[in-house]
Design a protein around this ligand. Structure first.
Ligand SMILES: [Fe+2]
Length: 200
């Protein structure tokens, strides 16, 4: 199964800053994503994107939502149409004339799979959060206290254990940190407290 998108251009420049309302985005989210585990993952990544935009990119309210929306919808087609991941959500957002930056970020969140290189800050952070967020969540599930008392050292240990959350690509995580210009430790430290607050 090839998920390669075979293109690098997404959306139309004239649609820049066109977004779904929060209500519309959540309606799409609930219609397309039925698996609660995947829903939680997407909500976690959405929150990480919003917080990063707010704290590190000095984004205004409109941009915070653009970042959050990219996180919220990045895996929207994975639950029901895995063979069309992430072609289906991209084409859907293009048909709705959504901001090309949001579409591009979604298209590049797994660049080894989709063949789209992360370029913008939004692209790079979505790519960086995706896999690492999943591994940290898996770690929380095996700890008696969940996120309580979780530290960077513990996460790094799990990263080194190849058998732990074996489907999480360590190569992607390292590649993403390098592209984003962020130390792995800093990214882990950013993710833990935010993710601890996200529930379904
Ligand atoms: Fe994801």
């Amino acid at each position: 199964m090839s998920l390669q998108l075979n293109r690098q251009e997404f959306g139309r420049p004239e649609d820049a800053s066109n977004v779904l309302s929060r209500e519309e985005a959540f309606q799409l989210f609930h219609e397309w994503v039925l698996n609660p585990k995947l829903q939680l993952h997407m909500l976690q990544v959405a929150q990480l994107m919003r917080c990063w935009a707010t704290e590190k990119e000095q984004a205004n309210e409109a941009d915070q939502w653009r970042w959050e929306m990219a996180g919220l919808l990045h895996d929207a087609d994975w639950d029901q149409w895995p063979e069309l991941h992430c072609k289906k959500i991209i084409e859907h957002l293009e048909a709705l004339h959504i901001d090309p930056e949001i579409i591009r970020a979604i298209a590049s969140h797994g660049h080894a799979h989709f063949g789209v290189v992360p370029v913008t800050r939004m692209d790079k952070m979505l790519y960086a959060f995706d896999e690492l967020s999943g591994l940290i969540h898996a770690y929380s599930l095996m700890r008696p206290g969940g996120y309580e008392g979780m530290d960077v050292k513990g996460v790094k240990k799990r990263l080194k254990e190849k058998s732990f959350a074996a489907n999480v690509s360590r190569d992607d995580i390292n590649d993403a940190c390098e592209r984003a210009g962020i130390a792995l430790e800093d990214l882990i430290a950013f993710i833990i407290p935010i993710q601890a607050t996200v529930t379904l």
